[in-house]
Design a protein around this ligand. Structure first.
Ligand SMILES: Nc1ncnc2c1ncn2[C@@H]1O[C@H](COP(=O)(O)OP(=O)(O)OP(=O)(O)O)[C@@H](O)[C@H]1O
Ligand SMILES: [Mg+2]
Length: 472
């Protein structure tokens, strides 16, 4: 097989430009390309060694002869006829695949001949290139799918209460209709994101990306670029090469627009256009791009109230609200508490390397009295804290001892007689600190850990409120 090695031409004379004859020598010797010069009658004036090697002839057999007799299929003969260059054509010479160009040589405005050159382009090399490219492409695709994949499924959604079972059944139905837009509403920490993941995982889109966009976390002026992408130079600060938007990345899969209630009215209009047309334009490019994605939106805001306040577009609300999943708060399904606790304990043991097995009935009873404004996320945090405390005490069961900080939340704190906010806060702070100090038998390290505060700050507060134990 002919080897392709790029040879650098050398010539004498230090840094001086090569002379005409040395250029000819370089061209003659270079084995990276085939080169040929013919006059306007098609007579060969110059041919390089590589060309000669391929056609298996000596220079004297070719120079001064018509190229039509040597390689009759040459396009250079067309070039001298038409005076027009032919650039980048495929050229097969004695089984060597090349990319060739033939350009007319013009002197004083008249055609005097043609210069032809060709670069080796072995088809197998090209195939290898394509194969490697495809392997790389697959690697990146898998990576995108891995990074942007749904991580939760329906069996992870715990709850036997009728209200959650109904919502779960509805969500499972939604999963079977891969193009239905879903709006998930519910208080903070109720499991809205969990539901969005589960719907994607159970749908035929599950092998395609699941992309979450937190509409509250992205500054308004960047959200459009983030969602739809942009072309290079479309705005100040735009990245070189442009950027692919989340809608395009999610093609075939699901886009999860979290905290949709935080989206500006301008962006709401743009999203509405996308939901109507199913296509969008990148910033700086008016070519419409069509994608096939399912939109799932979530919010803990009351969108209908926002519509009344003209903060949310009514038409967008109806486009999103094709199927509404209203996730019930934990206090409305408090019977699920033991199930959730049983489900979360092993999960937290794994994360925190604790060895807790269960929770006492008394502790469970205390937790069921609480109204859980932070829902399951709050339950998760409460369990984490109590499990760490239980582990420290070498206990396998969470008892009221480890959740006495919840007692503070459940017990009604004496109403303050103060009027100003500063005084109210001070009264409550004092009561809370006194309660926890009492529960921990005035162990300050424990008190600081339970209330998640700095030890030095606790000492300061103890001094400020005079919270010392009489027998200390
Ligand atoms: N039914 C459930 N069963 C098991 N775990 C749950 C359930 N619902 C929520 N969780 C867990 O509670 C935590 C909060 O859930 P998620 O993030 O889905 O809530 P969210 O409604 O999106 O909250 P936010 O409004 O604060 O964004 C997660 O760790 C999630 O796995
Ligand atoms: Mg969420």
């Amino acid at each position: 097989m002919f080897t392709i090695a790029v040879q650098t031409g050398t010539w004498g004379g230090g840094n001086a430009l090569p002379t005409e004859s040395s250029v000819r020598d370089i061209l003659f010797e270079t084995n990276a390309i085939c080169a040929l010069i013919i006059d306007k009658k098609g007579i060969v004036k110059f041919i390089n060694r590589t060309y000669l090697d391929i056609i298996e002839k000596r220079e004297e057999e070719v120079r001064g002869h018509s190229i039509g007799d040597i390689t009759p299929e040459t396009r250079s003969l067309i070039v001298i006829k038409t005076g027009k260059a032919i650039i980048g054509y495929n050229w097969n010479l004695n089984s060597y695949n090349m990319i060739a160009s033939s350009v007319p040589l013009i002197k004083n405005g008249e055609l005097v001949g043609c210069f032809a050159y060709s670069i080796f382009m072995d088809i197998w090399d090209a195939q290898d290139l394509v194969d490697n490219f495809m392997i790389e492409l697959k690697m990146y695709r898998d990576e995108v799918r891995h990074v942007y994949s749904a991580r939760h499924t329906f069996p992870e959604i715990i709850g036997q209460a009728e209200n959650i079972q109904e919502i779960k059944a509805l969500a499972q139905k939604a999963a079977l209709h891969p193009s239905i837009t879903v709006l998930i509403s519910g208080e903070s920490g109720t499991g809205k994101e969990l539901f969005a993941h589960a719907i994607h995982s159970a749908s035929i889109r599950s092998k395609m990306p699941f992309i979450r966009v937190n509409c509250a976390a992205i500054p308004e002026n960047l959200l459009e670029a983030e969602l739809f992408g942009y072309e290079e130079g479309s705005f100040t600060g735009a990245r070189k090469g442009g950027s692919t938007g989340k809608f395009e990345l999610a093609n075939g899969g699901t886009i999860f627009l979290d905290e949709i209630g935080e989206m500006s009215l301008t962006m709401q209009s743009k999203l509405l256009v996308f939901l109507q047309e199913r296509e969008f334009e990148k910033l700086g490019n008016h070519h419409p791009i069509r994608v096939n994605v399912r939109v799932i939106a979530a919010t803990n805001k009351d969108l209908e109230e926002m519509i009344r306040q003209q903060k949310f577009r009514e038409d967008l609300y109806y486009r999103l609200n094709v199927l509404n999943l209203e996730i019930p708060p934990l206090r409305d399904r408090i019977e699920d508490l033991p199930l959730l606790v049983d489900h979360l304990i092993p999960q937290i043991n794994k994360d925190l390397k604790t060895r807790v097995t269960d929770m006492s009935d008394e502790a469970m009873h205390l937790l069921s009295k609480y109204n859980w404004p932070g829902n399951i996320r709050e339950l998760f945090n409460v369990l984490q804290r109590s499990m760490l405390l239980a582990d420290l005490d070498n206990h396998r069961t969470i008892t009221t001892k480890q959740i006495f900080f919840m007692k503070i939340k459940c017990d009604t704190i004496k109403p303050s007689t103060s009027n100003t906010l500063k005084e109210l806060i001070r009264d409550y702070e004092k009561q809370i600190l006194a309660k926890v100090l009492e529960e921990t038998n005035y162990n300050k390290t424990k008190t600081a850990a339970i209330l998640d505060m700095d030890l030095s700050w606790l000492y300061k507060k103890i001094k400020q409120y005079g919270l010392t134990r009489e027998d200390m």
